[in-house]
Design a protein around this ligand. Structure first.
Ligand code: F6P
Length: 355
């Protein structure tokens, strides 16, 4: 098994579940591949044997991934020094065969799942995916590992911001992660009592947000306000804030831009908090631990029945699995007609496009 893409809380719980189920349920031997496909491109491949004895203590409770991970270096399009890329997929396939792997469980987001599925089809080795990402934008599952914990981190931060906002009569802006989708901002904004939530799916009008703030500060005579914005939120007719670093798109800066624009538009004193990777680390929530454990057990059971090309999924309160072909290359933005959005509107939260 391997972990791939950006880390999040709950990965170790999933690794533990896979090992326990595989060893106790099927007498299987589990090998962990280190640093995702990088471990398979190394010569010799970098792996560790995963026995149940490794999981007797703190692993279930720990953040990060004990196997390491990467979110770049696609073997089909591998960057080479000096620029350009080359296809190294055959090297991965050779490593899989050399290691004698009978089946692979990959914990990753949508992009990782696409790459791993393609590699394992080439290798003709069964593959099962387990969805993870704090962004919760993997299609065909209501929840991916890590999302619940990240929402908890943002909500707790808002609980800490509200009293200082009230004490100083300020507008607090909280910038969250969420590069393609605003699930974290929407859920944490509702849970944390936001007055305004800005998500990438709804380009915002600074005028609408300023009107909302004036209503709160002047009409309602409240002395403070809370705004949550996803890192990829963008103004109407404008772009998200990002820079490119070694081929990766790095979001950030929208919170500070909003802070300045809203100060200029309303005169309110604004302050900005960017939680960044804090949302990805730390102890997983009980929900994420239970989800990761259920996903791990189900993934092993699927492999044991000879299944391949499937992803475990949480749907309608239960664990099921779906074809990876229904997942890869598809998006899962916030459903603008869904219940979370209805809740936000019902709470009179400004979503950036009204007023
Ligand atoms: O996709 C998950 C995510 O945490 C995004 O929300 C964020 O934009 C990105 O990863 C950050 O990635 P990196 O760890 O490369 O900065």
């Amino acid at each position: 098994m391997l972990t791939s893409g950006g880390d999040c809380s709950g990965l170790n719980a999933a690794i533990r579940a896979v090992v326990k189920r595989a060893v106790h349920g099927y007498g299987a031997e589990v090998v962990g591949i280190l640093d995702s496909t990088e471990g398979l491109l190394a010569s010799p491949p970098r792996t560790m044997n995963l026995g149940v004895d490794l999981f007797s203590g703190a692993v279930l409770r720990s953040g990060g991934t004990m196997l390491g991970t990467v979110n770049k270096g696609n073997p089909f399009d591998y960057p080479i020094p000096g620029g350009g890329t080359r296809d190294r997929s055959a090297e991965v396939v050779k490593a899989i065969h050399d290691l004698g792997i009978d089946g692979l469980i990959g914990i990753g987001g949508d992009g990782s799942m696409r790459i791993l599925h393609g590699l394992m089809e080439m290798a003709e080795v069964p593959f099962i995916g387990i969805p993870k990402t704090i962004d919760n934008d993997v299609p065909m599952t209501e929840f991916a590992i890590g999302f619940h914990t990240a929402v908890g981190v943002v909500t707790e931060a808002m609980d800490r911001l509200q009293p200082t906002a009230a004490s100083h009569h300020r507008v607090m802006i909280m910038e969250t992660m969420g590069r393609q989708a605003g699930h974290i901002a929407l859920s944490a904004g509702i849970a944390g009592g936001a007055d305004v939530i800005l998500i990438p799916e709804i380009p915002y009008s600074i005028g609408a947000v300023a009107t909302k703030l004036r209503d709160i500060l002047l009409e309602e005579r409240r002395n403070h306000a809370l705004i949550v914005c996803a890192e990829a939120a963008r103004p109407m007719g404008g772009d998200s804030h990002f820079v490119e670093q070694s081929g990766s798109v790095v979001y950030g800066g929208i919170g500070h831009r909003l802070g300045q624009e809203l100060h200029e538009a309303t005169g309110a004193e604004t302050r900005v908090t960017v939680l960044g990777h804090v949302q990805r680390g730390g102890t997983p929530s009980s929900f994420d631990r239970a989800l990761a454990s259920s996903f791990g057990v189900h993934a092993v059971d699927l492999l044991a029945t000879g299944a391949t090309g499937r992803m475990v999924s949480f749907w309608d309160g239960g664990i099921r699995d779906v074809a990876l072909d229904e997942v890869v290359g598809k998006a899962k933005p916030v459903n603008l007609n869904g219940s979370r959005m209805r809740t936000a509107r019902g709470l009179d939260i400004c979503m950036g496009n009204d007023g």
